[in-house]
Design a protein around this ligand. Structure first.
Ligand code: S6P
Ligand code: ZN
Length: 189
């Protein structure tokens, strides 16, 4: 991209115009990400809900460029687990990212490639720094859509394979008094 341009971002809904490339992620595309496979299969058969959508502005995937997009993670649960993104490392693992939360309540779950885990609260105005080498997943722990705006290097890319295969070492479930971070019983390290 070598010409300046604007997009119009709705700060409440996260919608961007022009829309660019929209990713719509339904439960059937990430059923293995949730612990309760039976609950996931039931929900897929009933309505296959949209878990989240991402508005991606089209920018070349090149060093020096900046990607920016909004993600909208809907409220809901699969079993005890809140709706969440698939989660990924960046393909170019040395690249960082910034998330600005616009609406809703969330937890940003992160795990470094040497096994450290961190969570950050997401709330309107929270500006979260995801350092290089940390996988990241956004979890909606509230009752309204979680809307976040992200900026990251143009050539960062996405590596979903490690998380699809192993998950994160922690999961976030609904407890009696709100979200609880606990060990992932399926995690093999
Ligand atoms: C991109 C950035 C976000 C996510 C989006 C969906 O680097 O972290 O735009 O892509 O929140 O999550 P995921 O894990 O499905 O890409
Ligand atoms: Zn990312």
């Amino acid at each position: 991209m070598d010409v300046p341009f604007n997009v119009s971002l709705d700060l409440k809904t996260g919608e961007m115009k022009p829309e660019g490339i929209m990713v719509v992620r339904r439960l059937s595309q990430m059923r293995g990400a949730f612990q309760d496979h039976d609950a996931a299969e039931r929900m897929v058969a009933e309505s296959d809900p949209v878990i989240y959508r991402v508005y991606n502005v089209v920018v070349p995937e090149e060093s020096g460029q900046l990607q920016f997009c909004t993600s909208i993670i809907y409220p809901g649960r699969v079993g005890d687990e809140y709706f969440m993104t698939k989660g990924h490392f960046h393909q170019k693992i040395e690249t960082a990212e910034v998330y600005l939360t616009l609406q809703g309540q969330g937890l940003l779950l992160m795990q470094s490639d040497d096994g450290r885990v961190a969570t950050l609260d997401m709330f309107p105005g929270s500006t979260s720094y995801i350092p290089p080498r940390w996988a990241h997943r956004s979890i909606n722990v509230g009752s309204v859509p979680l809307v976040l705006y992200a900026v990251y290097p143009g050539d960062a890319g996405h590596n979903y394979g490690i998380i699809e295969e192993k998950g994160f070492s922690k999961i976030v479930v609904a407890g009696p008094c709100g979200p609880v971070v606990m060990n992932n019983p399926r995690y093999s390290g």
